[in-house]
Ligand binder design. Structure first.
Ligand code: HEM
Length: 510
């Protein structure tokens, strides 16, 4: 039997040959241009690759699955940097990336060459829950989101501690005070932050601290919907073979729930506008509510809904994870608790003001140290939108620039960078808030719990106020915090990283 192509019309063969020729020519030209570009920038190849199998990185998979099962993904990554240096390449199934813990590379990705990188790959996993907003879009859409949201994070908004105290009281009422009973603070911190986030965003807390486990509908749905984002990210294109109906249901529950606050905000703003002309200018300014602030700037309800979902996701688990990780370590270090008590003693039991909170240096050292040792967002990535260059990682010594082809994922690992002994000293693996005390430690791009550059966390001040407030109030209320967990801190997988075993403590009142 003759091969099929011998039966084809000569014109078809000619056209196919031309097309093939064009493809080959373009590919040769691209690789030549890239070589010239890399040469002009003094780039050298990255000397080490983590995966031996260059196509699917199958050799890495058994270890990855084991590390996931044993909650050791981050710990395992430390070993990789020890054996492969600060920058290497990796391939695992559909993901191929450059991995780095060089502050200069991270600064280049996030700031100096901000326009060369994007997060477009994030949208696909997040859109079903979040829609399109500040956290999952790029370019003009992102810039408009940031401009829309930024005014709601000004100092006045963040400095109002009254609602934090009211939610703290709900939290406080659930704490045992006999010095014996063991309580896991993790669950309560997650409730605290969803209550305060919804109060801040919608003007009404969902009040999970006042509810029983069975009544936590929205919070549970939100939790599941977030886990599903992680799963979609892991599956990549395989997602279509593993449809998750529960995730779809939870996305709807969450979006429908938030939609009612959008409607309420748009109505409130319209009423305010209608009555605006008649308003008495001397009357006191109403409390500012995030959703109302957005509704005052746009009447596009989908936009408001999407931005609220984005900020809720960005702000809720992050702060709860910081609190859980920090209290886990504080419970293991009674001397640090005592020192905190000495710092807050000047308040003589009264509530701190915002300014006082900002000036409590040791409180901030403890938060910094927790975010250093257990960064809540321990790994992050960006994708190159054009051929570009990073300053370090090339050649045997890793000190030459590297070429980053368009489409490459650059993954940066803060968990490992925050433990670099050449940045933090020989005791980098220890929890020692004092290292921040005299202000001499200035790792700049070597310390990035809130990211950096134009996309730096917009809620940083709010988060530190919220976490600092809980810490100060707990220190005021309790003479000691006793760890009831014999284990070391262990990571847990999620969009953020929290102590796997929570923060099991018992509390002795002051
Ligand atoms: C300890 C608490 C927090 C930590 C460690 C944290 C960390 C981060 C990080 C690392 C990013 C960058 C993500 C990326 O671009 O890949 C980020 C972005 C963001 N964070 Fe936070 N965050 C915290 C709390 C909050 C809070 C409380 C809010 C709001 C109430 C918030 C709102 C946002 C928003 C809206 C973005 C997106 C900014 C943008 O892309 O322009 N964060 N945060």
């Amino acid at each position: 039997m003759m091969p099929f192509y011998l039966n084809l019309h000569p014109n078809v063969i000619l056209l196919a040959s031309i097309a093939l020729g064009i493809i080959i020519y373009r590919s040769i030209r691209r690789s030549w241009t890239r070589r010239q570009f890399a040469k002009a920038h003094g780039c050298k190849p990255i000397a080490r690759s983590l995966s031996k199998d260059p196509f699917l990185g199958l050799d890495l998979l058994p270890g990855t699955f084991r590390a996931i099962r044993e909650n050791r993904i981050l710990v395992r990554s430390l070993e990789f940097f020890k054996t492969h240096g600060n920058t290497f390449t990796v391939r695992e199934l559909h993901v191929s990336a450059i991995v780095t813990i060089e502050p200069e590379n991270i600064k280049t990705v996030l700031s100096l060459k901000f326009q060369d990188f994007c997060i477009a790959h994030r949208l696909k996993c997040m859109k079903p829950l979040l829609g399109e907003g500040i956290f999952d879009t790029d370019g003009d859409h992102w810039a408009a989101s940031r401009a829309l949201i930024r005014p709601s994070f000004n100092r006045d908004q963040v400095a109002d501690l009254r609602s934090l105290e009211s939610i703290f009281q709900d939290f406080f009422s659930l704490l045992p005070r006999d010095g014996e009973t063991v309580v896991d603070l993790k669950d309560l911190f997650f409730r605290y932050t969803i209550d305060s986030a919804t109060e801040f965003l919608f003007g009404q807390s969902v009040g999970t601290l006042k509810k029983s486990e069975a009544e936590l509908g929205f919070a549970d749905a939100f939790h599941y919907a977030q886990k599903a984002i992680l799963m979609r990210g892991m599956l990549g294109p395989l997602e279509y073979f593993f449809p998750d109906r529960r995730a779809e249901e939870c996305n709807c529950i969450c979006r429908d729930f938030v939609q009612q606050f959008v409607d309420e905000a748009v109505n409130a703003v319209e009423t305010r506008k209608a009555e605006g002309e008649k308003a008495d200018p001397s009357s006191t300014r109403p409390k500012r509510i995030f959703s109302h602030e957005l509704a005052a700037q746009t009447s596009d309800k989908t936009r408001i809904l999407d931005e609220l979902m984005n900020v809720l996701l960005a702000g809720r688990d992050t702060t709860a994870s910081l609190l859980t990780n920090m209290f886990f370590m504080l419970a293991k270090n009674p001397a640090i608790w005592d020192k905190l008590r000495r710092e807050v003693a000047f308040l003589e039991g009264r509530l701190p003001t915002y300014e006082e909170l900002c000036n409590m240096k040791y409180v901030h050292c403890c938060m910094n140290e927790s975010l250093r040792l257990h960064p809540v967002v321990p790994r992050n990535d960006r994708q190159a939108v054009r051929d570009t260059v990073l300053p370090l990682g090339g050649g045997k010594d890793g000190l030459s620039p590297i070429f980053v082809p368009k489409g490459t994922l650059v993954l940066y690992n803060l968990y490992a960078m925050h433990r670099r002994k050449d940045i933090y000293g020989p005791d980098a693996d220890e929890f020692r808030p004092e290292r921040w005390e005299d202000g001499k430690l200035m790792p700049r791009w070597g310390f990035l719990p809130f990211n950096g550059g134009p996309r730096i966390c917009i809620g940083q001040r709010y988060a530190l106020t919220e976490a600092g407030y809980v810490l100060v109030r707990m220190v005021q209320e309790f003479r000691s915090l006793v760890s009831r967990d014999p284990n070391e801190w262990e990571e847990t997988r999620g969009l953020t990283v929290t102590s796997h075993n929570g923060a099991k403590v018992s509390l002795i009142p002051a």
